[in-house]
Design a protein around this ligand. Structure first.
Ligand code: ATP
Ligand code: MG
Length: 317
């Protein structure tokens, strides 16, 4: 089976217990939960039985070990996660606003996550990789952009493929080197996985079909647009495939996009038709939101299949 690699931040997430709670005053918190978009992605892929490894850096502290042990237990290759003495593992504190939006206090760049590099272990992992996944959130400094560039170039030189989840907030676009990095990544991308408005960051067009056409004309093979509870839509040169989401109680939306992407890419690498890959990915995304904590809803292939056997579909996109 093809091996998938991703590089980027490992974090713990600590969340406010109550909706509408503010960090401008003391209040009850819950966590630490293992997190970081690349870690969520790799953990979900591993749980689906895909060989998957992560290039990352943590501190020699409980937050770092919590993450490493979760990834190890779920079958991920942790050989290229470097443990730094004297640096602290990255953190994200999150509150949920009453309108459903999220507010974060991050410590990523100044944490161990900022020390990510391509060392001997990362080179060894990439030497056995068939696919590299890029997360927009991970391109937060010139050093990590360089890690992504090496990952992409190494895997492409081996005849492998690249997927890209832009996952960026507009405020991030002004970070030094980010726009150039995004255009470089896009020029190497085989599978592009934006959610909603992220499709239009790279397109001139303002309607979905035309924006997708622009992306396909750049040489991207597949564009998969994530649409939350409505599921997802897949486009390639042969046409459009929409796949509905599944009805669940949304407890915590964080991580759904990463679980969805991991499942879609894993089944795309197995050569499955879009209908099948989308169905499994929508199943993983739906299960992801049913638990508090970004990695707590990650399901094994058997668990997703059991869920899909009885799940009710919602309104299609
Ligand atoms: P993230 O917040 O992790 O960045 P995203 O914006 O990238 O998420 P979404 O479109 O919110 O991605 O979610 C990804 C997938 O997860 C959806 O395509 C869908 O399959 C599933 N999903 C998300 N929210 C729900 C929900 N409320 N009910 C059912 N499925 C959901
Ligand atoms: Mg996203």
């Amino acid at each position: 089976m093809k091996k998938l690699v991703c590089a980027g931040e490992i974090l713990v997430e600590i969340m406010a217990e109550r909706i509408g709670q503010s960090f401008l005053a003391p209040g009850p918190l819950i966590g630490p939960f293992p997190s970081g978009a690349p870690a969520i992605f790799i953990d979900q892929a591993a749980r689906l039985g895909q060989p998957a490894g992560l290039i990352a850096a943590v501190g020699d502290d409980d937050f770092g070990h919590l993450n490493i042990e979760r990834l190890r237990a779920d079958g991920a290759d942790i050989s290229a996660i470097k443990v730094h003495r004297g640096a602290a593992t990255g953190t994200a504190f999150v509150t949920y606003e009453t309108d459903g939006s999220r507010h974060f206090v991050y410590n990523i760049k100044q944490s161990a996550a900022g020390l990510i590099e391509i060392g001997v272990e990362a080179r060894a992992l990439l030497a056995g990789a068939d696919h590299f996944h890029v997360m927009g959130t991970s391109l937060f400094s010139p050093e990590v952009i360089e890690v992504a560039r090496i990952g992409i170039e190494t895997v492409k030189a081996r005849g492998g493929t690249v997927s890209f989840d832009p996952n960026i907030r507009k405020e991030m676009l002004d970070l030094p080197g980010l726009r150039d990095a995004l255009h470089f990544v896009l020029s190497k991308t085989d599978v592009f996985l934006p959610s909603g408005p992220e499709l239009f960051i790279f397109a001139g067009a303002t309607d979905e079909e035309s924006a997708v056409r622009e992306m396909l004309d750049r040489g991207i093979s597949a564009v998969v647009i994530k649409k939350g509870a409505q599921g997802a839509v897949h486009y390639d040169k042969t046409g459009r495939t929409a796949s509905p989401g599944f009805v669940v109680d949304e407890i915590d939306p964080t991580g759904a996009g990463d679980c969805f992407a991991a499942a879609f890419v894993s089944f795309w690498l197995r050569g499955e038709v879009p209908e099948k890959a989308l169905r499994i990915a929508n199943g993983c995304g739906a299960l992801a939101v049913t638990r508090k904590g970004p990695m707590e809803g990650i399901a094994s292939l058997a668990a997703v299949e059991a869920f899909l056997a009885t799940a009710r579909t919602g309104t299609p996109a």
